[in-house]
Design a protein around this ligand. Sequence first.
Ligand code: SF4
Length: 364
Amino acid sequence: MDDVLTRAARDPVGALRERAEASGRELGLAFSSYFPLEVADAFDLEGAWLPNLTAPDYPAADAEFQTFVCNPVRAAVEVVLSEGLPLGLLATTTGCDARLAMGGVFREERVPVPTVMLRLPVAVGTPASLRQAERALWAFCDEAREALGHGLDEDLLREACAARQTVRERVTDLLDRMGDSVPAVRAYRAALASQVLAPGVVLDALDSAPRDDGSIARGVRVLVSASSLPSLQTIEDLESLGAVVVADDTCTGTRAASRRVTPGDDLLAAVARSLVERPSHGPVMVEPGRARVDRVVALARRREARAAVFLRHKFCDPHAFEVPVLRRALEEAGIACLDLEVDREPGLTPRDRMRVETLLEGLA
Ligand code: SF4
């Protein structure tokens, strides 16, 4: 049954198409781990995030964007403009400039699907940020109701919150055991598949996976840090060179999976709270003091990582600005660092493979 997860992780667009065909429902497609998919589910859509995809060129998106737009956004726009997916709603979010531009492109290109933006706070850790998250989610739901002609279904929301939380807990558990009792590829496969498959399908696949988790890579224990994971191939490439990925600091992995909803009388407010109080944020969400830096260092130490590899998407300012700060803190903690710029390649480039080999040889 792991094959279901593998197929979805390697061909997310195919998996999304099959999912919509099987259910007869349209997709509620989002592009950021900050969009709570249970809300799309509650509008009777098949809620999904689009993982990063790679291709040599994106004819439709390249016509819309300047050259300096990161691959995750360019690839997502290409999918929307050219794949003909059965879409019911496009859910964009605030955050970095690249994501912010997506709605404008969809409108400019007259994509015949409602595009609604969730306007998240820019900083977390204050009562004001919680109020802003609640207001943003209510506003999103109002706008989606107007666009779709029907409101959010409370029962569907409750059901989706529970199912998606169970998936996030399972993915967290896999990520926490990476490199020790779970191969990293398996953990990332589950994380990627959970973005595009229905929660029930992911849970069935995880439940029926063989007890034997497959072989664990041996080598230098490494933390991986990125916006979204470039591809499953990147993890396979790192491990083929002698790394064993033991810690994750990506939106594809820990940052998305760490969110928890504490159900209460007002479930939508609880979802809003889960967005700002998620234990692990990326650099697009400003946290008080050194919270993010200290958390990444603590994660690397807890998982006994000896090196950190930054998989930094080309043209990604939020991550480019924070890499020197993270790097300094990690190196002070005795953790070697390597900053790799990734773009449209399916895996590591020959040059980057060499740089990884040099790093690992120095630590062997
Ligand atoms: S955070 Fe960086 S990689 Fe992610 S969408 Fe924004 S610019 Fe692109």
